[in-house]
Design a protein around this ligand. Structure first.
Ligand SMILES: *Cc1c(COP(=O)(O)O)cnc(C)c1O
Length: 355
């Protein structure tokens, strides 16, 4: 039946939905390097915690304020509990940030390219987006970013889909000057060379306009459970608390995420392996004539002077290897770092494509 927008509000009517990457059911024959999932399983402690969950927990409502999980995050990061927020994926927290802090007609500042969910959430809230193109080398020219006239800026660090990491000192200088809220989305920071030195989490005690987003999806291998968290001063967290659904995170996710954050060593070890495979893959790609952007995340943005990326994408899909093609970035493909075995198969097929 044809879609009627008769009862839709004006924001929903005007907007275009986010396009998620191809998400088939798990299939060992398929090499899925398209949505930045972690190729390794979550910590065995996570699986054990979920297995041990007493059946009564399914019957009862979950802790509305994620007590155990929030305490575990607070301990692991050395941040007071009232500066920690948890959500159904960091995407939900992003959505709540718009619903809590923006009014229709406010403006959102983004760099371009960046995570394409931000403008979708903005338009759902009647917020206008301005995009400032990144430099040719995909770095952010902080001096060129306006600091007035915007309610909000969302900056992933490392950025997506480029993988480019900005230095904390540069970000701090910008946060101190920006007149609106700054969201630093650290979805990929655990894959960077020195996460502790690069993270903006220590800055939340200093700046009352800063929200740092984290997720259990990427480095903790828990995309399917939907668990995100955020750090900010207690005034911003209190705002999010006011607007959130009463039970915004289910009990299985809370238990699993608490177990994951209590096993940091496991996450860090996997993240180092992925960073290592990333650098080997970069060298290999460059030998094959690809241009590879300098990434500090679990993916590489690649292009080739002689190959059409849309065609290469199709070629690989026919071989059951999925990379991400963004129609708005037709010269590039984004390659999620998989296991060594997956990357070997990818390279075997890539060489065929180059023949
Ligand atoms: C993957 C990703 C997220 C989403 O994380 P979830 O916690 O799975 O919702 C947020 N921001 C960026 C930049 C991402 O790439």
């Amino acid at each position: 039946m044809e879609i009627s927008k008769r009862y839709w509000n004006s924001n929903a009517t005007a907007m275009t939905a986010y396009t998620p990457g191809f998400q088939p059911p798990p299939d060992a024959a398929l090499i899925k390097l398209n949505t930045n999932e972690n190729p390794f399983p979550p910590s065995p402690k996570v699986i054990e915690a979920v297995r041990q969950l007493p059946v009564d927990y399914y019957r009862l409502y979950p802790p509305a304020l994620w007590d155990t999980l929030r305490m575990s995050i607070s301990t692991a990061y050395g941040v007071p509990e009232d500066c920690v927020f948890c959500g159904n994926g960091s995407d939900e927290i992003l959505s709540l940030i718009f619903r809590t802090f923006t009014d229709p007609g406010d403006r959102l500042l983004l760099v371009d390219p960046t995570y394409s969910l931000y403008p979708v959430l903005a338009s759902a809230s009647g917020v206008q987006t301005d995009k400032l193109p990144l430099s040719q080398d995909f770095t952010i020219d902080f001096a060129a970013l306006p600091v007035n006239g915007y309610k909000l800026i969302c900056l992933p660090n490392p950025n997506a889909p480029t993988g480019m990491l900005a230095q904390r000192a540069q970000l701090e200088n910008f946060i101190s000057r920006f007149q609106g809220l700054v969201v630093i989305d650290e979805a990929y920071i655990d894959f960077s060379d020195d996460p502790e030195q690069s993270s903006c989490v220590p800055l939340i005690s200093k700046y009352n306009n800063l929200i740092v987003l984290r997720t259990f999806s990427k480095s903790f291998s828990l995309c399917g459970l939907r668990a995100g968290y955020a750090f900010a001063c207690n005034s911003l967290i209190a705002g999010l608390m006011t607007v959130k659904d009463s039970y915004n995170m289910n009990i299985v996710t809370q238990i699993a995420a608490a177990a994951a954050v209590s096993d940091m060593e496991y996450m860090k070890k996997n993240s180092r392996i992925i960073a290592e495979i990333r650098e080997q893959s970069r060298r290999h790609l460059e030998e094959l004539g690809f241009q590879v952007e300098p990434s500090q995340a679990n993916f590489l943005l690649i292009s080739h002077p002689k190959l059409k990326m849309a065609e290469l994408h199709r070629f690989l899909v026919n071989r059951k290897i999925h990379l991400r093609y963004f129609p708005e970035l037709p010269e590039y493909l984004r390659l999620t770092i998989g296991t060594r075995e997956q990357m070997d198969k990818f390279f075997l097929n890539l060489v065929d494509a180059l023949d």
